[in-house]
Design a protein around this ligand. Structure first.
Ligand code: PML
Length: 253
């Protein structure tokens, strides 16, 4: 599902389900589109069949939460984690700048993500207004329930956490991805994250100003051995199911 207002992206969601749940999930998608921070004037919902044999099963990334009181502090932690993963400072600064100002040439949000060379900081996605939209990702029913219960126990449950963890786990699973940086474009949701194989999914509070409409995703890639077409095909078309949940730690101050 993707919803927009005056052509600007306001909400999106993906599921990979058994056909028997289609009606229920379509209703849920409409509910989510209507619950966007701005009432959309366009909602697109599409459903297509995937072959069960083509599905890859993975474990979700471990989850940690770091609480910051200011945006500067959250950005400092993000830079520290990205730097420790070998992302150059020029690439990190470029991603932070684009996520803050809006990644399209017009300074608006994209419905997809940026792909950024982890060393040079250059953008690599073929369409810099659309980006690359991660699709065909979901949890098994058991994994979804387990994750929801664990997040609730720790007081950090939100639909956004479930969706974002699924996306990050799929993206990081692919070898060419070194790390991801993301925060929401919703003006009242100020927690974002950095994800990588080494650090897992690290949630960072106060990563953006309250009220800001800017947000999105940046995937940092190692261009050595990167075939951009097959990388994008994996992100957009390869069905991936999370059937095991990683460790979820208590929020740290
Ligand atoms: C989004 O809404 O697209 C991004 C959500 C980021 C969620 C971060 C978290 O709370 O774990």
């Amino acid at each position: 599902m993707r919803a927009s207002l005056r052509k600007a992206h306001v909400s999106g969601a993906e599921r990979l389900i058994d056909v028997s749940c289609l009606k229920e999930v379509l209703e849920e998608m409409i509910r989510r589109a209507l619950a966007s921070y701005a009432p959309p004037d366009e909602i697109h919902i599409s459903a297509d069949a995937v072959l069960p044999d083509s599905i890859t099963c993975i474990r979700s990334l471990d989850v940690k939460t770091r609480t910051s009181s200011t945006m500067d502090e959250a950005h400092r932690i993000a830079k520290e984690i990205l730097g420790a993963n070998g992302i150059s400072s020029v690439a990190v600064e470029n991603a932070l700048r684009l996520l803050r100002s809006g990644p399209t040439p017009e300074g608006t949000n994209m419905r997809g993500a940026m792909i950024i060379d982890a060393l040079t900081g250059e953008r690599m996605e073929p369409d810099i207004r659309r980006g690359v939209r991660v699709s065909r990702i979901d949890y098994t029913e058991e994994a979804r329930i387990l994750l929801k219960n664990r997040l609730n126990e720790l007081g950090i449950y939100h639909e956004r956490v479930m969706d974002a963890l699924a996306i990050a786990s799929k993206v990081i699973h692919r070898n060419e991805t070194v790390a991801e940086l993301c925060w929401s474009d919703s003006p009242d949701y100020t927690t974002g994250y950095v994800a990588s194989k080494g650090s897992g999914y690290v949630r960072l509070s106060s990563i953006k100003e309250e009220g800001s409409l800017r947000g999105g995703r940046a995937f940092f890639v190692d261009v050595k051995d990167l075939h951009l077409g097959s990388y994008i095909h994996y992100l957009e078309r390869q069905p991936v199911i999370i059937d095991r949940i990683g460790d979820i730690s208590e929020p740290l101050a």
